[in-house]
Design a protein around this ligand. Structure first.
Ligand code: ADP
Ligand code: ASP
Ligand code: MG
Length: 452
């Protein structure tokens, strides 16, 4: 069997749904994982935020826009592909849209009543998109003669209770996914929403942004897939985001380790945790273009030692730089160890850190735990917070070229103010922290100088 994962870009309208179903129908023994339709997750989260801010009316309006968009896709799909006898299927779809919209509205009302948005209620709202898209796609498949069947991801993906970035419990999930194997044995095509799961109390969780890739990989591992294909809107993994850098080059093959690093440092094409389960079982992962299916795309495989040494540039926005200066005269190691214990307590994934005895500069991706961390840091000294920082990471360097490349990067960025620069010899990457406003231009300059 194999896993096919279709992201939000593939799930954008009735025309792409047709392409998705064509690929599904042409594949041998597929299990289909889908994201929410394009823009839906972001809009859902926006609606939850509006409700928490007291604007329930605006929140409900967003819910209705989402509902109407799905109805439009379904009507469009059935009009161009359905036969008259498919009336029942279209009604099932419309009922699903209505019931999920009602669920959404009741979540929004609860959020508005309490006036705050917890990670838990955010997850409940954010997952509605996949709950709609997976059901509808399965029905559209049936309408064109596929044996596709909706599977509720929450019955399969059982997770811990870390709302916002839950981890699946592999053992229970494996037990639950026996149902999928049974369906495959009966010649059915299971269609499952990515990104979402459920904790042991039956409360909705999510695996984090772009988490559908992770669902695909987890199920690939558990079900023993021969391959996993991530279908998206670009022909594989490139040396840099091809939408921003026209000169970016496609990479035909890349190792699990390097692709993971790219994702971690911001290449949106894959969720950073995606590849671990596939790597554990050495299941090759392909990244392919829905709009150009004959293009081979990128193959991710192999042990890191023997494959894929491509150099690539990843970048990320939304960074925060925290500069903490100790107020005490004899700061030293106690100060540093206090700071690092706080980072540990808040499980803060630090990207770049620069220390002297009396001060620390920490660059991290902005996240909901920062305000609380800052309060604690302020007890240790004087804190300066700079928002809107960008990170650029060059991955795949050879140690012997690090000095030359660092030099080149500094030269090519010219007048741009670089806040921090760090080189990791063991990981072979170089990270630059600068103002977000300078980010894209700097990425372009670096890519041009190093690759074009
Ligand atoms: P999906 O909806 O299919 O999950 P995403 O938007 O999450 O799609 O990921 C695909 C996008 O990733 C591409 O449109 C591209 O702009 C972006 N991207 C960023 N970095 C890279 C890269 N190095 N190679 C390919 N695509 C990249
Ligand atoms: N729909 C979710 C998101 O936008 C998950 C995904 O697309 O992978 O983050
Ligand atoms: Mg994605």
């Amino acid at each position: 069997m194999q896993i096919l994962k279709f992201g939000g870009t593939s799930m954008s309208d009735q025309k792409t749904w047709k392409d998705v179903l064509k690929i599904t129908g042409d594949s041998e023994k597929p299990v289909v994982i889908v994201s929410a339709t394009a823009r839906t997750t972001r809009q859902l989260i926006k609606s939850a935020e509006m409700a928490a801010e007291g604007d329930l009316q605006e929140a409900i309006k967003i819910a209705e826009t989402i509902s109407e968009r799905h109805e439009g896709i379904i009507r469009g799909f059935f009009e161009s592909n359905g036969k008259p006898l498919k009336g029942e299927l279209i009604n099932d779809c419309l009922e699903r849209i209505n019931s999920q919209t009602d669920t959404l509205k009741s979540y929004l009302e609860d959020i508005s009543d309490t006036g705050s948005l917890t990670l838990q209620s955010r997850d409940a709202v954010a997952g509605i998109g996949e709950q709609i898209s997976s059901y509808l796609l399965a029905k559209c498949g049936e309408a064109i003669g596929l044996n596709s069947r909706y599977v509720n991801a929450r019955d399969i993906i059982k997770t811990d209770s870390v709302f916002g970035s839950a981890q699946p419990d592999l053992e229970i999930t494996k037990m639950k996914s026996a149902k999928i194997t049974e369906m495959l044995n009966n010649g059915q095509i299971p269609v499952i929403g990515g990104f979402i799961g459920e904790n042991e109390r039956g409360e909705p969780t999510t695996l984090g942004f772009e988490g559908s890739d992770y669902t695909a990989s987890i199920l690939g591992e558990i079900l023993g897939a021969q391959k996993i294909t991530i279908w998206t809107d670009v022909s594989g993994i490139y040396t840099c985001d091809p939408r921003v850098i026209p000169g970016a080059r496609p990479i035909p093959e890349i190792s699990f380790q390097q692709a993971t690093e790219m994702a971690y440092f911001g290449a949106k094409v894959l969720h950073p945790s995606t590849l671990k389960p596939a790597e554990r079982k050495q299941i090759p992962v392909f990244v392919k273009n829905l709009f150009e299916p004959e293009n081979p795309g990128t193959k991710i495989f192999g042990k890191s030692a023997n494959s894929g040494k491509a150099k690539v540039i990843s970048y990320r926005k939304n960074g925060v730089e925290l500069t903490l200066t100790s107020d005490s005269d004899n700061a030293g190691h106690k100060f540093l160890s206090d700071v690092f214990s706080l980072l540990d307590r808040y499980q803060m994934p630090v990207d770049v850190v620069n220390t002297t005895e009396a001060s620390v500069i920490i660059a991290v991706e902005n996240n909901p735990k920062i305000p609380e961390l800052n309060e604690q840091l302020m007890r240790l000294g004087t804190l300066e917070v700079s928002n809107n920082k960008g990170f650029i990471t060059l991955i795949g360097l050879e140690v012997n070229e690090s000095a030359e490349i660092t030099d080149r990067v500094i030269r090519v960025l010219g007048d741009t103010k670089i806040d921090l620069i760090s080189f990791s010899a063991s990981k072979k990457h170089l990270t630059v922290v600068l103002d977000e406003a300078e980010l894209e231009m700097s990425v372009k300059k670096m890519h041009q100088s190093l690759f074009e």
